[in-house]
Design a protein. Structure first.
Length: 133
């Protein structure tokens, strides 16, 4: 399973993410400690505001440890910046809840697109990853 760390500082490195999450994985005997399998940093450029957003994704094994790690990391700071930590969910046609909804009227759909969804206004400018095993 993976955790998503939102709004990390611009100068964050993959090793910084590793060292941010790693202390929360330690368990006492006889429990087995979880391990970090992979870390990723994805940077987005919002073309309308010209602001950069950086987000981290940390893949943890075994999968059942992610909720405990999220609880421990909530309200913690990474390089003196408060970050938001949650479970990473990749949306595809298998798990998209919007497919089950009835048709949304055009007025509401257009308002949603204008208000919340950035879509083509966002561009991925950096995507780096490192495996740790």
């Amino acid at each position: 399973m993976a955790i998503f760390i939102k709004n990390i500082p611009n100068d964050t490195h993959l090793s910084d993410l590793y060292h941010f999450v790693e202390p929360t994985l330690k368990r006492r005997f006889p429990f087995k400690s979880a391990q970090i399998a992979k870390t990723e940093i994805v940077s987005f450029l919002d073309k309308s505001t010209h602001l950069t957003e950086n987000h981290g994704i940390v893949h943890i094994e075994p999968e059942d440890e992610d909720q405990r790690v999220i609880r421990k990391l909530s309200s913690m700071r990474l390089q003196n910046k408060l970050v938001i930590v949650r479970e990473y969910v990749s949306r595809n046609w298998h798990n998209d809840r919007r497919l089950d909804y009835p048709e949304v009227p055009a007025v509401i759909k257009n308002k949603r697109v204008a208000d919340r969804r950035r879509g083509h206004h966002v561009e991925v400018i950096k995507d780096t990853a490192m495996s740790w095993q």
